[in-house]
Every structure is written in C-alpha cells, then in structure tokens.
Design a protein around this ligand. Structure first.
Ligand SMILES: [Zn+2]
Length: 255
C-alpha cells in the first residue's frame, strides 16, 4: 500500500484493517505512524517556532515540551503492537548482521509499555531465526525504575534491549540494559548486543551512557525543558497539560 492510501485508511477509521503485508518491501513512514498515533489522540507536536499565540505542553514530570507521544494508547492493541513490532524487526535487520540476528537468545524490555512490543519482537525473531528466544521483563523497583529481571539469564545468551519510547540516554533503555547485566548478581552476566532498538525516539541522544548505539525506528524532534530554561515560556507561550479539559484541542489549534 502507498503512504497516502495508508493515511486515508487510518483517517477513515480503518487502522485495525492495516496488516504488516501492507508495508511489505518498505518501511512504515513517519507520516504513517503519526497518523496511527493520531487516531488515538496519542500524538501532538508544536508547529513552527515558539510563539505566544500557541501553547506548549506541561508534562506529568513537571517538564515542558514541544511534543507529546503516548504509545500505550496504540500498543495496548495487540494487532497494532504486532504491526509496529514488524517495523522493529525491519530496523533490527538493517542494523544487525544476519549472523548476529541468528545468535539472539532474548529480547529485554522494561515495565510497562515496552513489554508488549518486546514480546511481539521476540515472537517475530523466534519465527525467523531461533525458536528458543525468550522475552525478558525488567520490572519496576520501589522507585518505579525498571531494574529487576527475576530468575537471572543464562550467561550464554545474547540479549537485545528494546524500548517503546526513549527521551534521555540514562532513562529506561539504559536501565533495562543494566538490569540484564546485573540480573545474575556475582555470576557471569549475559551479553547485551551493542545496539538497542527504540520504537519511538524523542531524544537528542543516539547512544547510551556506555557509548553503545541506540537505533530509532521512528525519530521525532521533540524536546523536554526545565520550566526555567523553556524557550516556549520565554516567548510567553503558555504551558498546559495535554489531556486536561479542552487542552488537547487547544494544543492542536482545533479550539
Ligand atoms: Zn515552558
């Protein structure tokens, strides 16, 4: 299917009719994934330069942002999660050699929103390369960080780290990698592939703190700012919570 046809299908309510075969021989485009996210009110991005007339987003973290992506709204649907996992598989194939792909013994993802795409990607890799690929889950610790993988991991396994969304280099992608490396305690650790795959990359960082590469499936020029350093506040733009009251429509300029 061509890009325009996909976007029309989604806009006409046909998002669940999409199939991975509609994207055969090519990659899903950024416009297509934005259309899919938008069908669930899960995407907004500031248009143009900062200006007083257009508000920007106040995130739950207290930071300000020129964009908003809520992958969960899409990834909670198995059909759409699997559709996007196919795009992660294409990314893996274009950045990892065939003999490396064939050695993957596990896919590690963090609680909660990355778990389903991690499982779906492990399933796709299992079908194509190795029936015995495991899906490892980094659970949240009492601080809410994904640092715990229960039961350890066979140190002979090569583990691919994935994430559904990455904002900072030291965030959950890095924590998932650390969880894999630390899960065996004092015993030998499994190996982690030197490229992590991120479905939605809204970050300036293309490396983790150890210098290993992050491979985005979809990259967005979206930034977060501390309120005191926010270029949008500096021109008088108002910071509003995206999903409160009529704010979603206001951000999009629909209200
Ligand atoms: Zn601001």
């Amino acid at each position: 299917m061509k890009e325009l046809a996909v976007i029309e299908t989604v806009k006409n309510g046909g998002v669940f009719a999409l199939n991975s075969s509609d994207f055969e021989g090519r990659r899903m485009t950024i416009n297509e994934v934005v259309a899919i996210l938008s069908a669930f009110d899960a995407f907004w991005q500031y248009q143009g330069d900062p200006c007083v007339q257009k508000p920007h987003a106040l995130l739950k973290s207290g930071k300000h942002s020129n964009g908003f992506i809520n992958c969960k709204e899409v990834l909670d649907y198995p059909l759409l999660c699997m559709l996007l996992a196919h795009e992660m598989l294409k990314e893996a194939k274009s950045h990892l050699a065939q003999d490396v792909l064939a050695t993957i013994g596990g896919v590690a993802a963090s609680a909660y929103s990355a778990l389903d795409p991690g499982f779906c990607l492990a399933w796709l890799l299992s079908k194509e390369y190795n029936h015995r690929i495991k899906a490892f889950k980094a659970e949240k610790d009492d601080k809410g960080n994904p640092t715990i993988i229960r039961g350890g991991i066979d140190p002979s396994l090569n583990v691919l780290v994935i994430n559904e969304l990455m904002t900072t280099a030291s965030g959950s992608t890095w924590e998932t990698k650390q969880a894999v490396l630390k899960t065996n305690g004092d015993k030998p650790a499994p190996k982690v592939l030197d490229k992590a795959i991120v479905l939605m990359h809204r970050s300036k960082d293309f490396q983790l703190p150890d210098g290993s590469l992050v491979v985005p499936v979809f990259h967005f020029d979206i930034e977060n700012f501390e309120p005191e350093n926010c270029p949008y506040c500096q021109v008088g733009s108002q910071a509003i919570k995206p999903k409160v009251g009529n704010n979603w429509n206001i951000l999009h300029g629909w209200a």
